[in-house]
Every structure is written in structure tokens, then in C-alpha cells.
Write a protein that binds this ligand. Structure first.
Ligand code: B12
Ligand code: SF4
Ligand code: SF4
Length: 317
């Protein structure tokens, strides 16, 4: 059965692996004392976690420079949740024919995908906190499928970072200094609805969403740039015109970004980030647009506080 399932998976994803639910849960409890797996319905009905990996390109889109912000690589092209959902529908159909029950998830379940992936032999978790696969490096999006049959494998990738510390040194916000500090990570800062400090505003120099620095510097990613899925190729919206975004209505935003991974956090978070970029890029002509947005979103404290700081910065220069 393992071979039949492997043949199915091979048609749809770049890498996959299997880990028993039991082994995953035992390992999870070793590293994480919170034993709340509430978001997975009937976990006990499944015996195996299949971990799927889809590669995405590492080549950065051409940066249009002043007036623009770019999305991070994992948000190029179509939202990976949608890409995985389509793939899963096809896999589910084939599993059903084999009378196998399955439960798919990406990002939102209680299964920590990097951990499951490392247990399934897809790679190891590097000091940059990401799953590093021998062939695709860190440029892999992950998802899981629970199935109600037993398929375990004992493949382990025993690679390590050895004494390399490049990502720790390169991280602009020191988020990797002691393991991982989520609240310092620029990727998190770019996605959360928070009022930003001057230090945090200063991080938005080029990227409007996410951060790729700890992947770019990683020697395990050298020479890796796969273009295997047209859905993961840049679609043209990865270079964001900052003022255009700031003035977009929600409807206009939906139309452009609905199927992009950056839209999950909402238009206003991206608009806040755009304002930070406009400030750091010293685009004085943007002050009237920033003022307009402060008025428009006057009830949103975190937006207002951040935009007002940037406005002050621009006006005092
Ligand atoms: C929340 C989240 C974030 C948050 C917080 C991340 C965090 N580490 O806490 C923020 C917004 C910061 C973030 C950022 C990014 N993320 Co993110 N994120 C997630 C998400 C949705 C949940 C992760 C989570 O809950 N973490 C909570 C902590 C407690 O878990 P953990 O870090 O995994 O730690 C556990 C393991 O490391 C384990 N452990 C520790 N030591 C060891 C040793 C061994 C041997 C084993 C087996 C386990 C183990 O124990 C820990 C506790 O259980 C996952 C998808 C998912 N469901 O897993 C994607 C995910 C991890 N993110 C992903 C990506 C791509 C990114 C970014 C690169 C995006 C970007 N370009 O901006 C950055 C990278 C930042 C970084 N250096 O980690 C990918 C990673 C792919 C990969 N190759 O690893 C994932 C898997 C999404 C996906 N479906 O593909 N992310
Ligand atoms: S994503 Fe950026 S901020 Fe976060 S740990 Fe990596 S380099 Fe640091
Ligand atoms: S940069 Fe070095 S330390 Fe960081 S994940 Fe890559 S190999 Fe490991």
C-alpha cells in the first residue's frame, strides 16, 4: 500500500514522507508541553501523517525600487493554501478509491508542519527555524494529510547546521539569537495588527510582507531555485506600488490580492507596512495620501499610531 500511495503522491508534490500519529504526538510532547490538539477532529481515527512539500522559486522578483515594496518569496503567485487545496482534492479522490479516509490541512491545524516533516524524513530544522530539505533547501511549503492506515517510515535526515551561524548574524532584529523570538521576527511584525515602534517601522526598507533574510544567507540554499509549479511563479503583483495600495478600496484590494498569500492578514496591515516603506524611502509627496488614510481609518488605533509616527518623520525631514 505504501508504494501505491507513493505513486499517487509523486504525481502531485515534490517531496513527501510518512510519520505515525503516535510517533508525532510523542515527539510533540517532548518539545512542547501544551497537549492541546483541539483543532484536529477525531485525531484518534487516523494512524499516519503524510507530509507534503511543494517547492517555490528562490529568485527574487526584480525590485522596482523607490515607491515599491516587494512580497516575500513564499507569497509569489497563487496563495499556497489554494494550491495545496487543489492538489489535495485530487489526492483525496484517489485515496477514496482505495477506501482510505483522509483529513488535509495547511497551516491551520494543530500539526506543526516543520516538526512533522523532520520526523517524516523530509529534512532537518535549521537554526533559521525552517525545515531544510537536501534538494529544495528551505524553499518548500509544507502541508499534511492524516490517513486512517498505518504507513511509517524510519527515514531520518541527520544533517545539522554544524557551527554555521550565518542566519543568526544576518537577522536584522536578532530574532534568532536565543532559538526563536517570534515577537522580534520581521515576518511576524509584517503580519500582525499592531502599532509599530520606530525600530519596527525602520525594518520596512524593501519588503512589504514577510522576510526572507535567514533563507537568503543560508549556505544550504546555495544554487537552489526550482520553477516546478506555474502557480508559484510571480504573477506580476509581487512589486507593490505603495501609494496605489494605500489608496485602494477594499473591493479593489480584493480584486488584486484575493488569491495571494499576503492577503490573509487584511488590506490594512499591508497599508500600514506601505506607509512604513514610504517613510523609510523618504517619499515626501506621499504625506497627503498618508494623512487621508489616517482620517479614513481614524478608528483603528494601531494603524493610526504607526501612520502618525511615519508622517511626523516625513514632515520633520
Ligand atoms: C505561526 C507561523 C509563523 C509565525 C511564527 C513562527 C514560529 N516559529 O513560531 C511567523 C509569522 C513568525 C512565521 C514566519 C515565517 N514562516 Co511560518 N508558520 C507558522 C505556522 C502557521 C505555525 C507554526 C507554529 O505554530 N509555531 C509554534 C512553535 C511552538 O512551533 P515550532 O517553531 O514549529 O517549534 C516546534 C518544533 O521546532 C519542535 N522542535 C524543537 N526542536 C526540535 C527538534 C526536533 C528533532 C523535532 C522533530 C522538533 C523540534 O518543537 C517546537 C514546539 O513544538 C507554520 C505552519 C504550521 N502549522 O506548522 C508556518 C511555517 C512554519 N512557516 C513557514 C514559512 C515559510 C515562514 C517564513 C519563511 C515566511 C516569510 N518568508 O516571511 C517565516 C520564517 C520565520 C522563521 N525564521 O521561522 C513555513 C516553513 C516551511 C519550511 N521550509 O520550514 C510553514 C511550515 C508554513 C507552510 N505551510 O509551509 N511563521
Ligand atoms: S524571517 Fe527575518 S526577522 Fe524573522 S528570523 Fe528570519 S531573518 Fe530574522
Ligand atoms: S544559515 Fe547556517 S545556521 Fe542558519 S540554517 Fe542555514 S546552515 Fe543553519
Amino acid at each position: 500500500m505504501k508504494e501505491i500511495i507513493s505513486n499517487i503522491l509523486n504525481k502531485y508534490v515534490d517531496v513527501f514522507g510518512f510519520v505515525s500519529v503516535k510517533r508525532y504526538l510523542e515527539n510533540r510532547l517532548l518539545h512542547d508541553k501544551k497537549d492541546s490538539f483541539s483543532r484536529i477532529p477525531d485525531f484518534e481515527e487516523y494512524q499516519t501523517i503524510i507530509v507534503l512539500g511543494l517547492s517555490y522559486p528562490s529568485k527574487e522578483v526584480e525590485n522596482k525600487g523607490i515607491g515599491y515594496g516587494i512580497l516575500s518569496r513564499y507569497a509569489y503567485g497563487m496563495d499556497y493554501h489554494l494550491v495545496f487545496n487543489n492538489i489535495f482534492k485530487a489526492i483525496e479522490k484517489e485515496l477514496e478509491q482505495l477506501k482510505i479516509k483522509s483529513h488535509f490541512s495547511v497551516d491551520v491545524s494543530d500539526i506543526l508542519e516543520k516538526q512533522a516533516a523532520s520526523l517524516a524524513g523530509l529534512g532537518y530544522i535549521g537554526k533559521n527555524q525552517l525545515l531544510i530539505n537536501k534538494k529544495y533547501g528551505t524553499y518548500l511549503n509544507l502541508a499534511t494529510i492524516l490517513v486512517d492506515i498505518e504507513i511509517d517510515s524510519n527515514i531520518i535526515d541527520s544533517s545539522t547546521c554544524l557551527d554555521c551561524t550565518l542566519c543568526i548574524e544576518a537577522c536584522p532584529s536578532n530574532a534568532l539569537d536565543n532559538g526563536f523570538n517570534r515577537s522580534l521576527c520581521i515576518s511576524d511584525i509584517s503580519q500582525e495588527k499592531n502599532s509599530l515602534s520606530n525600530l519596527e517601522i525602520g525594518y520596512f526598507k524593501k519588503m512589504i510582507y514577510g522576510c526572507d533574510i535567514c533563507q537568503i544567507v543560508c549556505p544550504k540554499n546555495i544554487g537552489i531555485d526550482y520553477h516546478l509549479h506555474k502557480e508559484n511563479e510571480p504573477s506580476g503583483i509581487e512589486n507593490v506600488d505603495l501609494i496605489e495600495l494605500l489608496n485602494m478600496t477594499n473591493k479593489e484590494f480584493e480584486k488584486v490580492y484575493k488569491n495571494n498569500a499576503s492577503s490573509w492578514t487584511g488590506a490594512l496591515v499591508l497599508k500600514r507596512n506601505a506607509v512604513c516603506l514610504l517613510g523609510n524611502q523618504k517619499i515626501k509627496e506621499s504625506t497627503k495620501d498618508i494623512k487621508k488614510s489616517i482620517e479614513k481609518y481614524k478608528d483603528v488605533l494601531w494603524y493610526n499610531e504607526t501612520a502618525s509616527k511615519v508622517l511626523k518623520m516625513l514632515e520633520s525631514e
